[in-house]
Design a protein around this ligand. Structure first.
Ligand code: LLP
Length: 417
């Protein structure tokens, strides 16, 4: 479900020909569709209308100011994990009362700035963190709100690196400790413990693990109630999977049908933190073919983008569809699509069936809107690429390509004398 489509054999983003953008910005770059981005947000909102949840976009998936502003304008809140994200969210105009802050390692500086900013909830990931927040709030003479992030210890079938809901992982607090904390609330007079939070992992394509985790946590909330402990918020995290290849993920509506009845029973205010579901298919990475190499064993398509620009294939062995932006009907063969970086992990695809592309051809690496630019780096002293957004017939650069000056920012050539 996205707005990247072929018309007359040319790839378009909404009503703009991708090749016309290349003429203006060069390659490589990330390209986002405003329509896909906002449609996906609206789909979740519609599916969950009954509950009217606060939908906090997980900006770790894409922190571009224009991306988050487009969602904030539609009423989105923001799920943040750092000082930088908080500052950017506020600059983009986010309502602090729709900001939730998760992270297993919140620093003193981050906690005090978040208190000062008046965020809705700290999603607390350990008892020492709660003690720390209480102390800082006391010093500042403020009372803050927190939810405890429960680690429900449920299996979530996804890549090991993005599976967070098991007690073998660093995230959240086990149920026994959570209960103890709730019972000992008086120890934290500057923190109103007013919710629970879960996030079991990312790119989860079936609703079963979500249902399992929500059932576990709602039963826990019921138990708390019986003991006279009432809370106001339940944050169900993000994690909804999308289509990269041949996945058959639940739609927003299917997900809602499964979980809304469970959530409704609680009577709590619901918070959600989708990232990938909103922005994943709303972005592509456009890169140019530099050379074709055939070493007798393998054929390589060497492109100008690298693992520093999109590291998901290298990090998770993630599949991203790759298409020439001009329809190419030549006979397909198997290629490795690789970048210029000095590592064998620098690849976009292995053994991929592609038509015969040639030097100068342009390729779109699909479904790269989430955790694409956000995880890019300057490895090999490569500038971070430009980001462009299309809305209807118009396109705008929403992040300039980095310059040599950016690449050297803050560096000092040492002088000892
Ligand atoms: N809430 C919390 C507390 C999270 O840690 C995350 C993602 C989300 C929400 C949003 O999850 P989503 O809806 O996007 O699945 N770099 C990896 C994904 C890392 C996910 C980290 N946490 C990737 O490229 O697949």
């Amino acid at each position: 479900m996205h707005d990247f489509k072929f018309k007359n054999d040319e790839l378009y983003c909404e009503d703009v020909k991708v090749s016309s953008i290349v003429k203006r910005v060069g390659t490589p770059f990330y390209l986002y569709s405003y329509k896909t981005l906002t449609d996906h947000f609206l789909k979740i909102r519609k599916a969950f209308l009954k509950l009217n949840p606060i939908i906090c976009f997980a900006m770790k998936s894409n922190g571009n100011l224009s991306v988050i502003k487009s969602l904030i304008d539609l009423g989105a809140g923001i799920d943040i994990v750092s000082m930088g994200e908080l500052r950017k969210a506020l600059i983009a105009g986010a309502d602090p009362q729709k900001i939730v802050f998760a992270s297993v390692g919140k620093t003193e500086e981050e906690i005090s700035f978040a208190i000062e900013s008046g965020i809705l909830l700290f999603n607390v990931e350990s008892e020492p963190e709660l003690t720390h927040i209480n102390l800082i709030a006391k010093r500042m003479g403020k009372k803050v709100q927190a939810a405890l992030r429960i680690n429900p210890d449920v299996p979530a079938p996804t890549h090991e690196y993005i599976n967070t809901g098991s007690l073998k992982k660093k995230f959240g607090i086990d149920l026994r400790t959570t209960r103890q904390i709730f019972k000992a609330q008086k120890k934290y007079p500057y923190v109103k413990i007013n919710g629970v939070h879960i996030h079991i992992g990312s790119q989860i394509t079936s609703s079963t693990p979500f249902v399992g985790a929500i059932k576990k946590v709602t039963a826990f909330i019921e138990d708390l109630k019986k003991e006279g402990i009432d809370i106001e918020y339940l944050d169900i995290g993000g994690g909804l999977g999308i289509i990269y290849k041949d996945e058959n993920p639940q739609t927003a509506l299917e997900y809602a049908r499964k979980v809304v009845p469970l959530l409704q029973k609680t009577g709590l205010k619901i918070i959600m933190e989708p990232g990938r579901f909103i922005v994943g298919n709303a972005g592509v990475f456009v890169t140019k073919v530099l050379y074709i190499k055939d070493n007798g064993v393998k054929k390589f398509v060497i492109v100008d983008g690298g693992m520093n620009d999109l590291m998901r294939p290298m990090l998770y062995d993630a599949y991203h569809e790759i298409v020439p932006i001009k329809k190419n009907r030549s006979v397909k063969a198997k290629f490795d699509v690789v970048g210029p970086i000095c590592e064998s992990g620098d690849f976009f695809a292995h053994e991929r069936m592609l038509p015969q592309v040639k030097s100068g051809d342009l390729l779109a690496v699909m479904s790269a809107g989430a955790y694409g630019y956000a995880m890019s780096s300057n490895y090999n002293v490569r500038p971070r690429v430009a980001e462009v957004m299309v809305r209807g017939k118009a396109f705008k650069i929403i992040k300039e390509r980095e310059t040599l000056k950016d690449l050297m920012k803050g560096e000092i050539i040492v002088q000892w004398s």
